[in-house]
Design a protein around this ligand. Structure first.
Ligand SMILES: NC(=O)c1ccc[n+]([C@@H]2O[C@H](COP(=O)([O-])OP(=O)(O)OC[C@H]3O[C@@H](n4cnc5c(N)ncnc54)[C@H](O)[C@@H]3O)[C@@H](O)[C@H]2O)c1
Length: 342
């Protein structure tokens, strides 16, 4: 019998890639999602790639009865908790929704796990918990703070998970702090397909390359970085989800709260990323330099040593691969989906 993993938010960008990684590693994924930021097309794509229909239940992580029914129906060993809201700007405009889904929803997931006797969770945390950390690269011991409501929700959930581990020595948490996930599965049939105007860099760059948007706004050109633009640790989404499979194995023998950076360990500027995308796609990406965005930090990149040591994992895919896979996805699928949505 295959080990069963509950994947909340499994119809979304990272969750859908995680389901593929789980299938490849021999696990069964049970996906729950309310399609707040996704639709059935990612589930159809999973079927196309794996040849099997994914196990999917539509529902909301804030719905305790729904969660209980899922835990009653399947023998879940671990939860991979991706479901949540993730747009920093939106979190400033509607903070209470962010607290309700990201904090309240996670609380419901944890309480349902307790009722079902499931004591292992991999949480989608973020480099945003390091706030505006002056010392780069950041290690898991770097001070935590937040510069926006989205970041606060990730911090609150980390505190909640630490307290839970403090109360129950059998509870195991891998809080994976993602840096900047980009790219798509090689097949080009799953990828990041945001609704409306993309909040993340690469979908925006890709939409400019296809002519869906006239130009990219580059926020901040006077940072103390290599070319004045923000520096981030871009990590291929397939590397990222492979880190989750490694964390599953780690949790078999480790209890307590373990924060782990998932990043490449190298900072790349926004304009370097744009240039790499232009080289791979052969398309010009027009951009305009704009003022800094409140809450953005100049540079953020990981020290991934802990992930190497604890999980035996490291990111191996190059910036060129990140761009090529984004471009393949954008050309074949995202453009069509965007046209259908318009
Ligand atoms: N993409 C990034 O850059 C990034 C970086 C750091 C951390 N994260 C975190 O990783 C997780 C996954 O991110 P993603 O990029 O795949 O986002 P996504 O929006 O593509 O996926 C999230 C999924 O959760 C679902 N969802 C939202 N609210 C829900 C609810 N109440 N009940 C059930 N399902 C719900 C959405 O419909 C969506 O399918 C999020 O928690 C995010 O905060 C993402």
């Amino acid at each position: 019998m295959k080990e069963t993993i509950l994947v909340t938010g499994g119809a979304g960008y990272i969750g859908s890639h995680a389901c593929l990684a789980l299938a490849e590693a021999g696990y069964e994924a049970v996906i729950i999602d309310n399609f707040a930021n996704s639709d059935r097309s990612s589930l159809d794509a999973l079927q196309l790639i794996t040849g099997a229909a994914p196990i999917f239940l539509e529902g909301d992580i804030r719905d305790a009865a729904f969660l209980d029914s899922v835990f009653a129906r399947f023998r879940i060993s671990t939860v991979m908790h991706f479901a949540g809201l993730k747009a920093v700007g939106e979190s400033v405009a509607i903070p209470l929704e962010y607290y309700e889904v990201n904090v309240g929803g996670t609380l419901e997931v944890l309480k349902a796990m307790q009722r079902a006797g499931v004591r292992s969770i991999i949480f989608s945390s973020s480099a945003t918990v390091y706030g505006d950390c002056k010392v780069q690269p950041v290690t898991e011991a770097s001070p935590r703070s937040a510069t926006n409501p989205y970041g606060q929700t990730k911090l609150v959930v980390e505190y909640m998970l630490e307290d839970l581990c403090g109360s129950d020595p059998e509870f195991g948490v891998a809080s994976l702090r993602y840096f900047n996930p980009v790219g798509a599965h090689k097949s080009g049939v799953i990828g990041e397909n945001p609704r409306g105007v993309p909040a993340n860099l690469m979908p925006f760059v890709a939409q400019v390359a296809t002519g869906q948007r006239p130009y990219l706004n580059v926020f901040g050109s006077d940072y103390e970085t290599v070319d004045g633009t923000g520096v981030r640790d871009f990590i291929h989404v397939v590397d990222l989800v492979e880190g989750h499979v490694a964390a599953l194995k780690y949790l078999k023998s480790h209890k307590g709260f373990t924060p782990i950076n998932l990043g490449v360990g190298r900072g790349v500027s926004v304009l370097e990323m744009v240039a790499a995308f232009e080289a791979v796609s052969g398309r010009k990406v027009e951009y305009r330099l704009c003022d800094r965005r409140p809450g953005d930090v100049a540079a953020s990149y990981a020290d991934p040593a802990n992930a190497n040591a604890l999980l035996g994992w490291r990111a191996v895919r190059s910036v060129e691969e990140m761009c090529a896979d984004t471009w393949r996805w954008q050309q074949h699928h995202a453009a069509r989906n965007a046209a259908a949505q318009a």
